[in-house]
Design a protein around this ligand. Structure first.
Ligand SMILES: [Zn+2]
Length: 305
C-alpha cells in the first residue's frame, strides 16, 4: 500500500519534472522564435518614459496597477505640468535626481515622494496626490529625505501645491476654522518642535486616533503655509522652507515671532472662512468619522503651555 502510494508520488514527481521541462522548452522555443518580442517589449517600456522639456529629469512609469495606457499618458502630462509648476514656485539648493521612477501601485496606502521614486496609490480612484509627492521629490526633504528639518514647511508646501495645481483639495482653511470652533487645535510650536513632531506627522498609525491626529497636523501645516504665502508671498516663504531652527528663521523672514504670526493666522482663518456646510462634510466623506475620533485623542496634544 505504502509502496503504491510512493510510486504514485514518484509518477507525479516525474510528471511534474516533465511539465517543467516542457514549459522550459516551450519558453525557450518561444524565446528563440520571438527575438523581435524583446524589441517590442523594450519599445513598450520606452513609451512609459517621459523627459522634461529642459532635459533635466527623466520619469519612468511602472504601471503596476495596470491602468489603461491612456491613463499612463495622462499621468505623463501631469508629471510634466507638475514639474513646471514646481519649477515656477520656490527654489532650493537641492539638486533633484536626474531619474525618477514613478510607481502606479495597487491599493489605497499613503503615497510617497522620495529622491528617485514616486510611489502613487489610489490611482484607479483618481485620488493620488501626484503634485504633492512630486514637490517633495523635486525640492528635497530634510537632509536626505529625513525629518532633520521637521515636517511643517515641507508637508504644508506640498499640500499647498496640490491644492493649487493638483486634483486633491485639502479645504484646509475651512477645516481649520472647524478645529478652532471646537477648540481642538495644535500649537504651531509643537508642530515644529523636533522632539515632538513625529507624534503628529509620523505616528505609528496603529489606531484611528493616530490617523486622525496626523491628518489634523497636515491640515494645520497647509493652512498655516497657505496663509504665509498668500499674505507675504513665495519669496519670503523660500527663506523658511525646509530650514533648520525654523522658529528663528520665521522671525527673521517675517519680522514677527512664531506666536505673533500664529495669532495673525488664527484671526485670519476665523474671520475669512465660512462654516463647513453639510454638503462640504458629505463631499469629504471621511469628515464624520474624523470628527468622532477627534474627541478621543489625548488632550495633551492640543494643550498650550
Ligand atoms: Zn507629503
Amino acid at each position: 500500500m505504502e509502496d503504491t502510494v510512493f510510486s504514485e508520488v514518484k509518477k507525479m514527481l516525474r510528471f511534474r519534472v516533465f511539465c517543467l521541462i516542457s514549459i522550459f522548452i516551450l519558453t525557450a522555443c518561444t524565446r528563440d522564435a520571438a527575438v523581435p518580442e524583446e524589441k517590442v517589449k523594450k519599445e513598450k517600456n520606452e513609451e512609459n518614459i517621459v523627459v522634461t522639456a529642459d532635459g533635466k529629469i527623466t520619469f519612468q512609469i511602472f504601471n503596476t496597477v495596470k491602468v489603461p495606457q491612456e491613463k499612463v499618458e495622462s499621468i505623463k502630462e501631469e508629471l510634466l505640468d507638475g514639474y513646471d509648476d514646481v519649477q515656477n514656485s520656490i527654489h532650493t539648493n537641492y539638486a533633484p535626481s536626474e531619474r525618477i521612477n514613478v510607481f502606479l501601485n495597487k491599493g489605497n496606502q499613503a503615497s510617497w515622494g522620495l529622491r528617485s521614486e514616486l510611489k502613487l496609490y489610489s490611482v484607479k480612484e483618481n485620488q493620488y496626490p501626484l503634485v504633492h509627492e512630486l514637490t517633495h521629490s523635486l525640492l528635497g526633504y530634510g537632509n536626505n529625505f529625513d525629518s532633520d528639518m521637521g515636517y511643517l514647511t515641507q508637508e504644508g508646501f506640498a499640500t499647498y501645491m496640490e491644492d493649487k495645481y493638483g486634483k486633491q483639495k485639502s479645504h484646509s482653511h475651512k477645516i481649520m476654522k472647524y478645529f478652532f470652533d471646537i477648540n481642538k487645535t495644535v500649537p504651531i510650536s509643537k508642530l515644529i518642535d523636533l522632539n515632538q513632531d513625529d507624534a503628529y506627522f509620523r505616528p505609528p498609525l496603529t489606531n484611528q486616533e493616530e490617523y486622525t491626529l496626523q491628518w489634523m497636523s497636515y491640515i494645520h501645516s497647509v493652512s498655516f503655509v497657505t496663509y504665509l504665502i498668500d499674505t507675504y508671498g513665495l519669496e519670503k516663504f523660500e527663506g523658511v522652507y525646509n530650514k533648520e531652527d525654523l522658529a528663528s528663521k520665521i522671525e527673521e523672514a517675517y519680522g514677527k515671532n512664531i506666536s505673533e504670526i500664529e495669532n495673525d493666522w488664527i484671526a485670519y482663518v476665523k474671520e475669512s472662512q465660512t462654516e463647513l456646510t453639510y454638503g462640504d462634510k458629505l463631499e469629504m466623506r471621511y469628515f464624520y468619522d474624523a470628527a468622532f475620533v477627534i474627541d478621543q485623542i489625548d488632550p495633551k496634544y492640543f494643550t498650550r503651555e
